[in-house]
Design a protein around this ligand. Structure first.
Ligand SMILES: Cc1cc2nc3c(=O)[nH]c(=O)nc-3n(C[C@H](O)[C@H](O)[C@H](O)COP(=O)(O)OP(=O)(O)OC[C@H]3O[C@@H](n4cnc5c(N)ncnc54)[C@H](O)[C@@H]3O)c2cc1C
Length: 411
């Protein structure tokens, strides 16, 4: 197993239950990403009850709370201890190559040979930035969410945040409240309220089966895997943090950043359409929830309702001379991608992504965990690892059994 985040640990637990010898190789410590790659104020946007791992759930006595980063690290370390996962820490995988009937895993601490490999090294190793990031004028600092920790890092003055999914909206809120003038470039996004009909939206999506939608039963899985994260924040007072809330406090909304030419940022004219689309998709999600609530006798408690449409200026700004506008910092909240450069096995498609069928990689005995919509809509969430790890460890067990039978037959 490569990676001791929650996905690697969940898989370790399932393999141990199936008596399969294994080792989890981790370049840092357990929960490394949560320790070193997140900003200080971040809390999980999934409530504590929604961190169910195979054989483990501890909601800390506060099921509806949202863990801070230190609490998340502590939770995963406790999980690793509880399941006695064999983690080889401070060991970086530099290469995986196919050899004999298995794989040679080369690390900075020597090589391991194994029949089967589980790639659980994370979906968010590298911040994805657009090609035109290179055209940012000198003197303007750029940052990704992997580098950002808190507002003290940011010069006074203007900040352009590119991307309005969970990360972008949270940083826009934090930086605005710290006194910066924030412009938020809004592309495709998924609008959801924190609370709906008296319950957390994650509760509804879980109960109504939205998070269990399967990869092989969805119309366009390629597209579904690219859908951005939900506009949510995990806060004590369960605030709704959407574009309306941000414009109300003074964050300026502009369209998707389409390019930077001669120091001038060019914003797409699609802001109104993007917002209308997000409003429409929100209505569809709430329709599905309402239908489920009606079928399950929950209608009597709180009546369905809808949220005001996203408000957009009549003519949003289409261009901005970054220096004249006093922009001192650009934050690329434009998503993340995995780093599989060490995987030297021909399993990549023309876009450089691992070819797999619900986590069963197109190479014998190789598996993938923790990717968006790997097997279910919830696959990249902590809460999604249990079901995926059960399915994939069953497949892996079958693979090893089949292999053993072949060997016996050959003798
Ligand atoms: C900003 C942000 C907020 C999120 N909020 C939530 C949330 O609220 N709730 C939720 O359920 N999910 C959330 N997620 C999504 C998801 O839970 C995380 O992406 C999670 O960290 C993925 O778990 P993982 O185990 O797949 O990967 P990771 O936690 O990234 O673990 C992968 C591990 O592999 C190690 N590794 C990588 N490469 C190598 C190598 N070559 N050799 C050895 N080790 C290696 C890394 O050090 C790391 O420890 C969030 C993600 C992000 C980015």
């Amino acid at each position: 197993m490569i990676g001791a985040g929650h996905a690697g640990l969940a898989m370790s637990r399932c393999l141990a239950q199936r008596s399969i010898d294994h080792l989890v190789i981790e370049r840092g410590e357990v929960a490394n990403s949560w320790r070193h790659e997140r900003w200080d104020s971040l809390r999980l946007l999934t409530p504590n009850w929604q961190s169910r791992l195979p054989g483990f759930l501890d909601d800390g006595g506060d099921p509806d709370g949202f863990r801070t980063m230190p609490e998340t690290v502590e939770y995963l370390v406790r999980y690793q201890r509880a399941i006695a996962a064999p983690v080889q820490m401070f060991t970086t995988v530099m290469s995986v190559i196919a050899e004999d009937e298995g794989y040679r895993v080369g690390t900075d601490r020597g090589d391991w040979y194994c029949r089967s490999v589980v790639v659980a090294s994370g979906a968010c190793n590298i911040a994805a930035t657009p090609a035109f990031a290179a055209a940012v004028p000198p003197g303007i600092k750029t940052l990704t969410p992997l580098d950002y920790r808190n507002p003290d890092q940011i010069e006074p003055g203007g900040v352009l945040i590119v991307g309005a999914s969970a990360t972008g909206i949270q940083l826009a809120d934090e930086l605005h409240r710290s006194g910066r003038r924030v412009t938020l470039a809004v592309g495709e996004h998924v609008r959801v309220p924190r609370l709906y009909r008296g319950r957390d939206i994650q509760w509804w999506m879980d109960a109504a089966g939205v998070l269990d939608d399967r990869y092989d039963q969805i119309d366009d899985i390629v597209r579904a895997r690219r859908v951005p994260s939900l506009q949510l924040v995990g806060s004590r007072d369960r605030d709704i943090l959407d574009l309306n809330a941000l414009s109300q406090i003074g964050v300026k909304l502009v369209g998707r950043l389409a390019g930077i030419v001669d120091g001038r940022a060019q914003f797409s004219g699609s802001l109104r359409n993007q917002c209308a689309l997000a409003d429409l998709k929100l209505a569809r999600l709430l329709d599905r929830i309402d239908e489920w609530a009606m079928l399950n006798g929950l209608d009597a408690r709180v009546a369905p309702h809808r949220f005001p449409a996203t408000e957009v200026e009549a003519s949003p700004q289409l261009g901005m001379d970054l220096q004249k506008a006093g922009v001192k910092t650009i934050v690329w909240a434009t998503g993340f991608r995995p780093d599989h450069r060490w995987l030297h096995v021909p399993v990549f498609d023309h876009k450089g992504q691992i070819r797999h069928d619900g986590g069963i990689v197109d190479a014998p005995g190789m598996y993938l965990m923790g990717m968006p919509f790997l097997r279910r809509r919830k696959s990249s969430l902590i809460d999604g690892a249990a079901a995926d790890a059960r399915d994939l460890s069953d497949h892996l067990t079958g693979y090893l059994d089949g292999h053993a039978q072949e060997l016996c037959a050959a003798e």
